[in-house]
Design a binder for this molecule. Sequence first.
Ligand code: FAD
Length: 401
Amino acid sequence: MKYDVAIIGGGIVGLATAYQIQKLKPNTSVVILEKEESEAQHQTGHNSGVIHSGLYYKPGSLKALNCIRGYEMLLKFSDDNGIPYDLCGKLVVATEKHELSQLDMLFERGEANGLKGLIWLTAEEIKEREPHVTGIKGIFVPQTGIIDYGLVAKKYRECFENAGGEFRTQFKVEGIAKSGDDWVIRDGNKEVQATSFINCAGLYSDKIAALSEKELDVRIIPFRGEYYMLSERAQHLVNNLIYPVPDPNFPFLGVHFTRMMNGHIEAGPNAVLAFRREGYRMRDIHFGELIQTLQWPGFQRVVAQYWKTGMGEMWRSFSKSAFTKALRKLIPEIKKEDLIKAEAGVRAQACERDGGLLDDFRIIERPNAMHVVNAPSPAATSSLSIGLTIAEKWIGIVKET
Ligand SMILES: Cc1cc2nc3c(=O)[nH]c(=O)nc-3n(C[C@H](O)[C@H](O)[C@H](O)COP(=O)(O)OP(=O)(O)OC[C@H]3O[C@@H](n4cnc5c(N)ncnc54)[C@H](O)[C@@H]3O)c2cc1C
């Protein structure tokens, strides 16, 4: 069978894209090709489960636009499909004076992105909301919430399959070639023929892009995010979501406390270079992938720029005491023995050849092909909006050819 479009990758972005294509053009034949046994086995199934409000992102960026629109779409989809979520709000807390200007900047960004009801908190007001947190000033963001993105992805898949879409598992794309006007996409001797394809392969999106692109100016750098779970004894120390002020020189949010939908409290994630793209443990190494990362000129620039922060993150990854110390800045009562190692996640962060880490989402458009080469956080929150953006662009690229 020949399909109108093949989507590579059954994470939340691939699934949302498929769902939106079906909505925009109901008679389109769509297949999702996924290398694992089911959907959402990588970033989508290993994240913090936060519904981001849009506080952090540069106004007008794809992240800001898609997060704000995607937030509303996600809540509506969840309401319509009985997916539980909790808009519990979050605190961003400054613990040192030098963080105050960055906190001001976040407040301004939040307002510029249209967030309503942001509240400045004094040290006492922080304690009224989170009695065990010590800070000098904070922001309360009422829109932020929590959800289980694994469940969301499962529902996207269900809707997609109910509308006639095909989700093929254990299909690891290894080759993409032109055959006349069509694409032939291969896993060993299995093949799928499609008029167009969309690459949503997350941690391998650059590798998939390289199968049909001569020159690619981005590479995925995998950053592992490690978590600890708070022991039962320590759970009362956290009510909802507590974040530090992010380091403006680093594209990650800093280790925070998150109440998950299953009731656990998680602390993390840090951000350390993963020595394998799907390397969830420190000892997971793929020498080929690691060497390619180290040789990438853009990554060498990142090392030159962030080596100090990076070393700190590495140290906190090796040493539980150092990780505890970082958390104690927010909650001084946390003890090392309160932290139980939990599952890690790996972020797919694109890095430009001659630049640094890409801040915004990036989608490459080609005749009858598209590549989503940067969809890090908040792409889970934004998924239905990114999916719609891609679906609209897809209609454009198939019309042109
Ligand atoms: C630690 C961590 C915390 C995060 N926290 C949040 C948060 O709180 N809120 C938020 O909004 N976002 C968060 N994010 C970001 C969010 O999880 C990701 O942006 C989102 O899941 C990306 O979805 P995706 O579909 O692009 O990638 P993925 O979920 O990784 O899916 C890509 C899929 O492609 C498949 N694939 C790869 N190669 C091939 C191949 N050759 N053939 C076939 N299939 C292939 C993979 O198996 C995978 O299923 C977090 C991410 C991480 C890692």
